[in-house]
Design a protein around this ligand. Structure first.
Ligand SMILES: *[C@@H]1O[C@H](CO)[C@@H](O)[C@H](O)[C@H]1NC(C)=O
Ligand SMILES: *[C@@H]1O[C@H](CO)[C@@H](O)[C@H](O)[C@H]1NC(C)=O
Ligand SMILES: *[C@@H]1O[C@H](CO)[C@@H](O)[C@H](O)[C@H]1NC(C)=O
Ligand SMILES: *[C@@H]1O[C@H](CO)[C@@H](O)[C@H](O)[C@H]1NC(C)=O
Ligand SMILES: *[C@@H]1O[C@H](CO)[C@@H](O)[C@H](O)[C@H]1NC(C)=O
Ligand SMILES: *[C@@H]1O[C@H](CO)[C@@H](O)[C@H](O)[C@H]1NC(C)=O
Ligand SMILES: *[C@@H]1O[C@H](CO)[C@@H](O)[C@H](O)[C@H]1NC(C)=O
Ligand SMILES: *[C@@H]1O[C@H](CO)[C@@H](O)[C@H](O)[C@H]1NC(C)=O
Ligand SMILES: *[C@@H]1O[C@H](CO)[C@@H](O)[C@H](O)[C@H]1NC(C)=O
Ligand SMILES: *[C@@H]1O[C@H](CO)[C@@H](O)[C@H](O)[C@H]1NC(C)=O
Ligand SMILES: *[C@H]1O[C@@H](CO)[C@H](O)[C@@H](O)[C@@H]1NC(C)=O
Length: 455
């Protein structure tokens, strides 16, 4: 009986709700909401919206406005990139049939009103690249229909809601990058199990990356760069099979890379972990991520031998391991990389590689554009085979112990723009042909024992 009564009551409440949203609000409500919005704009007389958004015509015919065909209510508003200076009035929360809102790339300032949380049909919310400020409202996370939220490049502050209620969303895309959001990444975020893209970079987030992030089984893109995150990188992140790109650059993360073969996302294409405090070795099982194109582990505390298995990464384009404490006696790593036919960058500077450049360097991919092997404790001569790397733009070998003369074969590198050989023990005369290289812009040969005339 009691249950039947409460059922009856909730049916009445539902009906009232229905009446409230569908009957008492109509296109006139939508029009006054949009006029309130326009009222906040500072537009000059020649701006397209100045005359077009006028109460003389139905809002359904206004620029940027799309109405539903059946109920004739505003379904989509898109006034992105229209040079609009203004604020967002609470009245926008009355657009109760709104499915898509895009006001990105304008000069909107002020806060995002709580009333936006009343948009119970909203699926897309884009307000990126404005000057919006104030705390990020919890109400936005309460819109259960929302699939895409892009609020990046504003001045939003506050922190992410932590109550699990706010993360039972249908969000697939969340971009809050380049704001002033602080606090921690709540572990309840993993309840948004449809998330495919999560961008929180360039904020003031601190604390640890929650292990629960590994429960986001559909995650493809994760970017947490430029925050103040500490602690170890959860191993679970390396067990998200859908992950395509993981970027955690410029934080204060420690720990080491997991070595168990189970922790290798096979779809991973881009791994950026530079500028952290990651220690330990580079596990040789990293080659299990066979689609890897970018491996950027620069400025960490990695040590041990650079695993030759990197040569199994056939798709590799960018290898950035500079400023660690990695070894590669006899530079066998360069020989291992000959099968990486898409390689464009090798950046190994600042590691005690301790050896002689192999002549097989000439067998590396001809797509190579930049080689940085500065301050790597390299001895011996510059190998002649280097002439085969015909697309080389940058060759930086300064701060080593290279001996012998500067080989004439360098003159075959017709695309070379920069050549850094200073601070070595090179001797003899310079090949004259060097100055005939058509694209050469900068050559630094200082602090060597080069003799003769500068051609
Ligand atoms: C909208 O509803 C108001 C009353 O709430 C009414 O006065 C107005 O005529 C309605 N407008 C349309 C276009 O139906
Ligand atoms: C507003 O612009 C739209 C699209 O260009 C046009 O169809 C409509 O007639 C214009 N309305 C007014 C009142 O100028
Ligand atoms: C809004 O319009 C711009 C420019 O036409 C377009 O690039 C963007 O995708 C639109 N936004 C939405 C949510 O459809
Ligand atoms: C008025 O605004 C439009 C669009 O923002 C701009 O292209 C135009 O140069 C402005 N005109 C004047 C006189 O400021
Ligand atoms: C979130 O939504 C729930 C149910 O729809 C409601 O009870 C709660 O008050 C809302 N919270 C906020 C902060 O709007
Ligand atoms: C997800 O939501 C459930 C139910 O509200 C909650 O018990 C759980 O702790 C949440 N998960 C996380 C990681 O917070
Ligand atoms: C980063 O967090 C640490 C404490 O975990 C704090 O001492 C430091 O000031 C923070 N740095 C920045 C740039 O916010
Ligand atoms: C990785 O995730 C799978 C589920 O996809 C799970 O069965 C497995 O135990 C996880 N492995 C590790 C090492 O956590
Ligand atoms: C990094 O974290 C350590 C503690 O783990 C702290 O001592 C250090 O100050 C932090 N560095 C920065 C730059 O925040
Ligand atoms: C993963 O890497 C390990 C170590 O390099 C190797 O033994 C194993 O065969 C690899 N597994 C796959 C599936 O490639
Ligand atoms: C809806 O928006 C509020 C502000 O949040 C206004 O106060 C209301 O007048 C408005 N309602 C209608 C029907 O326009």
């Amino acid at each position: 009986m009691e249950r039947a009564y409460s059922f009856f009551l909730s049916a009445v409440v539902l009906q009232l709700y229905f009446l409230e949203t569908c009957i008492s609000k109509n296109i006139t409500t939508d029009q006054s909401a949009l006029l309130a919005f326009k009222g906040s704009f500072t537009l000059n007389s020649s701006h397209p919206l100045t005359r077009n958004w006028s109460s003389q015509a139905s809002a359904c015919h206004w620029i940027g406005v799309t109405c539903g065909s059946r109920h004739r209510r505003v379904r989509a508003l898109n006034i992105s990139n229209m040079g609009i200076l203004g604020t967002i009035p609470p009245h926008l929360g009355n657009l109760s049939f709104l499915v898509s809102l895009d006001v990105s790339r304008n000069h909107l300032h002020g806060v995002i009103p709580r009333e936006m949380g009343n948009l119970h049909k909203l699926e897309k919310l884009f307000m990126y690249s404005n000057k919006l400020s104030g705390y990020i409202q919890e109400e936005l996370f309460n819109i259960s229909t929302l699939r895409q939220m892009g609020l990046s490049s504003n001045k939003l502050s506050g922190s992410l809601p932590s109550a699990p209620d706010y993360w039972r969303t249908n969000l697939q895309f969340l971009n809050l990058a380049a704001n002033n959001i602080g606090g921690v990444i709540p572990s309840s975020i993993s309840n948004s199990s449809n998330l495919k893209e999560l961008y929180l970079h360039e904020n003031k987030l601190s604390g640890q990356i929650p292990n629960s992030l590994g429960d986001l089984r559909r995650l493809e893109y994760l970017n947490l760069d430029y925050n103040n995150l500490t602690g170890v990188i959860p191993e679970e992140l390396f067990n998200i099979s859908s992950l395509t790109e993981m970027s955690l650059v410029f934080n204060n993360l420690s720990g080491s890379l997991p070595s168990a073969p189970g922790y290798r996302p096979t779809k991973l294409e881009h791994l950026y972990l530079g500028r952290n405090n990651i220690g330990g070795v580079i596990p040789s099982s990293i080659s299990n991520s066979s689609n890897l194109k970018t491996l950027d582990l620069d400025n960490n505390k990695l040590s041990g031998k650079i695993p030759n298995s990197l040569g199994d990464l056939r798709q590799l384009e960018f290898l950035g391991l500079f400023n660690n404490n990695l070894l590669s006696p006899h530079l066998s790593i360069l020989t291992s990389l000959v099968n990486c036919r898409s390689l464009t960058h090798i950046v190994l500077s600042g590691n005690p590689l301790n050896g002689v450049l192999p002549d097989s360097i000439g067998n590396l991919s001809t797509s190579l554009e930049q080689i940085y092997l500065t301050r790597c404790e390299i001895r011996g001569q510059i190998p002649l085979g280097i002439e085969n790397l015909s697309n080389l733009i940058m060759l930086s070998l300064y701060g080593n112990e290279l001996t012998g003369s500067v080989p004439r074969t360098l003159c075959n590198l017709h695309n070379l723009q920069r050549l850094g050989l200073f601070d070595n023990r090179l001797s003899g005369p310079l090949p004259e042909c060097l100055c005939k290289l058509p694209k050469l812009e900068a050559v630094d040969l200082s602090s060597n024992q080069i003799s003769g005339l500068i051609p």
